[in-house]
Write a protein that binds this ligand. Sequence first.
Ligand code: A2R
Length: 331
Amino acid sequence: MRCLITGITGFVGSHLADYLLERDEVEVFGMDRWRSRTENIEHLGVRVKIIEGDIRDATSMRKIIEEVRPDRIFHLAAHSVVSSSWDTPAEIITTNIIGNLNILETVRQLGLPTRIQVACSAEEYGFVHPYEVPITEENPLRPLSPYAVSKVGQDLLSYQYFMNYGIEVVRTRAFNHTGPRRAESFVASNFAKQIVMVEKGWVEPVLYVGNLEARRDFTDVRDMVKAYWLALERGQSGEAYNICSGKAYTIKEILDMLLDMAKVHIEIRQDPKRMRPSDVPILLGDNSKFCRQTGWKPEIPFETTLRDLLEYWREKIRVKDFDLGNGSINR
Ligand code: A2R
């Protein structure tokens, strides 16, 4: 079976490649850009075939899909950062919605029977009333950021292509997920990296935080990629599925768990620059539809996820890299 991963160089894409390569029946193709950082996939070597392109460019998408003729596409490529989406709203809308359109349109024009998983997001639910929690797939979508609007666009476009043309799309609405390789722009990873920099004695023992009250439903990325696989194995085309653990933590609780695992004592300081124009107060999902349909359940305890995340940063930012100027000291 030929599987194409868009966004393979990213956090989730690289874990999905790891997971697919464990399966004998799968041949893995990945798409990157000329400017992509490849550190997340260097360990994969020649076991994956990488093709260069850009999802915003219809010609490029057609060339890749025509060449690979994938049985399955895992569409993960996106501008993925909520906080930066307020700064570059037009860019995020173009990349995420037009990029998705280019893939759906190519599969339609070529008449391929390809099944496509589209990485949608719990951010689409946006403003949620307390009585609507835990959130089901039936909840209204009230997006609160340009990123969330772009994901609603991907979600509904995929629905439309299924309804109009019968394109085999499964929409996965992922709640928060983290683990090794998560970029430092995401909260748990950012805290973990700051802790490691203090442990190494490179910065003063202070950790800068934003809103600690928000409550989020976290899943380990390694459970998340299994869910994406199962979405195409057993999910129904046209459907949207919440992928989440069904357990919410405040950001403060996550911070406390990480601090308990730290080797040093650290002072906490609020940083106004880390507050968002609008932060969704609670995202807690109901995963029963997906679990019922596919048999998936999250297996990795959150403590293990956070421990592995800390270990990732301890390994990744070494003195050697730092001295050579390759390590970032941004926090
Ligand atoms: O930015 P790059 O070149 O390193 O590649 C990123 C890729 N990407 C693109 N690929 C092709 N054409 C584009 N115009 C384009 N823009 C971005 O998407 C990278 O390989 C991937 C995004 O990776 P991360 O930022 O690490 O996101 P993550 O957490 O893996 O999210 C995967 C999906 C996204 O659709 C999120 O919105 C969703 O899950 O939550």
